[in-house]
Design a binder for this molecule. Sequence first.
Ligand SMILES: Cc1ncc(COP(=O)(O)O)c(C=O)c1O
Length: 392
Amino acid sequence: MNYHFDEIIERRGTLARKWSKENLVKEFQTDDVLPMWIADMDIACPPPVVAAMKKVASQRIYGYTFVPDSYYQAVIDWNERRHHWRIRKNWITLTHGTVSTLHYIVQAFCQQGDKVITQTPGYQPFQRAVEHHECELLCNPLIYQDGSYELDLDDLEEKAKDPRAKMLIFCNPHNPTGRVWTAAELKSVAQICLKHNVLLVSDEIHKDIGLYGNSPVSLASVSADIADHCIICVSPNKAFNFGGLKSSYTVIPNEAIRIRLQEQLAVNSVTSPNVFAVPALIAAYTECDEWLDQLTAYIEKNVDTVRTFLAERLPEFRMVEPESTYLIWLDVSRLGITNSELMNVLLFKGKVAFEDGNDFISDGEGFLRINVGCPHATVLEALNRMAGCFTT
Ligand SMILES: Cc1ncc(COP(=O)(O)O)c(C=O)c1O
């Protein structure tokens, strides 16, 4: 079956954070913009997911949810089929969103004053998860060279040596740079953490969309040793576009680590999942492989368009080639203006809202992030608005 991703769906008035006028004013001081920021897509969920949601809605009673075996089987089969990662049922724990799970993980495994490492630029909520629990974030800046990003393993080792460094929150694949870490890179990171007894927490929410033949690898699938020292955070939300359902889970092979997190979830009363979350995951993981393959090809086409457009019309902008997901990290440093000046021009002259690179913990000055998880026409409109700011 062929899916059509070109449909423009009106999202204003739907309580979408990305499009809500009220929220745009709060975030950008104007609602008169084309929103290309936050990481959800302006693309309809796959038809089997929509059908599953309609079925739940039509039940008319939305009581507490039971999680059936078919949920666990869907998770097991999906990870084996799509990621060659074999997991067992008892390794899986349901959670209510990846970000809140990271907060519970910090609560469970860190004491006040402990340190948590992450790579920068990085996903801002990692910093909040650490600092809200009175721990300190240690930034391990990625190395930006020749238009792409590498890990700085020497610096990581320096940080991991700190006796108060208890955890690494690792983004695999990486938001915002779009890097898909290779098995060799994952192994190097893990070896450093294992040597210094730093718990590995891998946020793998972007793993389902590998672009241009890149296949993201789960950290836990690299070796049994690594699997025994890590927590993997997973969610179908990004690939299938139902972030509002807060459908997520952890995979933890090590029993002691798993029980400790489960106790922390119990302390926070994380119990029955949202009534829509379970059927959405089952539908996505069992009936939507073809949809996701076609979506991935569509996103590649959008990325290709950005690359060509920039080369022809805005050569000062340089795209960091994304290897995964629908988010493009754009190097704007050659413009010779600050991010805040550029954001103002784009927002108030171009009427387009990208994500400021400075929203990504640190090392984001000189960069913007563009969300191309949208119809092709929207990408072109955003690019034209951007170009309009720089042509007289
Ligand atoms: C790396 C990463 N983790 C987590 C999330 C959000 O996850 P959730 O909606 O499941 O809390 C995002 C959303 O953009 C993300 O990029």
